[in-house]
Design a binder for this molecule. Structure first.
Ligand SMILES: Cc1cc2nc3c(=O)[nH]c(=O)nc-3n(C[C@H](O)[C@H](O)[C@H](O)COP(=O)(O)O)c2cc1C
Length: 174
């Protein structure tokens, strides 16, 4: 399958079965997140695996959107050494952490898709609650959670997946 077809086929899955993800497939997904570009090559993205019974029970208390996934990857960045751009006069206090972590998350999402594993991108959580519940250090900034698993019999894209604006809304010549 070519990449555009893969990208078109991906949708946010909200119906997972309980089958665990094979370790060799998870290793490939994490490798995809490891090799991404990051600002100044600082590589401050962190991937926390939530798949133990205890971890999944905590997960259910921090987001309504857990979808009973067998595996959640909590993607964070370490704010202590993140690349900043103090000379940016428009976007004050800019740091690249969200971009770096999002590139890693996106790359892992498409690697999962390639492996036949469905995903859901989740930002519906309170960062402080997540940090406290999982006992993360206070310099770790949660960016998103990537839910992964195999689809169950109810699996399907919802209406939003088919609602995309035309290309003219996105592309402008300068
Ligand atoms: C930054 C971001 C945050 C999101 N947060 C959530 C979320 O918390 N819960 C959820 O069910 N979906 C979440 N989504 C999924 C979007 O709703 C979904 O991507 C969008 O509606 C398009 O549908 P599709 O992914 O099926 O094509 C999020 C997506 C992104 C990119």
């Amino acid at each position: 399958m070519d990449f555009l077809e893969l990208a078109r086929n991906r949708y946010s899955e909200r119906f997972f079965d309980s089958r665990p993800i094979e370790q060799d497939k998870l290793d490939r997904i994490l490798e995809a997140g490891r090799i991404v570009p990051t600002a100044c090559n600082y590589q401050l993205q962190k991937f926390y695996l939530i798949r133990s019974e205890e971890g999944l029970a905590k997960l259910r208390t921090v987001t309504h959107f857990h979808c009973n996934v067998p595996l959640m990857i909590l993607v964070c960045y370490d704010i202590r050494e993140v690349w900043t751009n103090p000379s940016d006069r428009y976007y004050r206090n800019y740091n690249s952490g969200e971009q770096d972590a999002s590139i890693a998350a996106t790359t892992m999402m498409y690697e999962a898709e390639e492996l036949g594993i469905h995903t859901i991108w989740i930002r519906g959580f309170d960062s402080k609650t997540v940090v406290d519940t999982f006992g993360l250090p206070d310099y770790m900034v949660p960016v998103m959670m990537l839910g992964l698993g195999y689809p169950n019999e109810r699996a399907k894209a919802n209406a939003w997946h088919y609602r995309r604006r035309p290309i003219e809304d996105f592309v402008h010549e300068l």
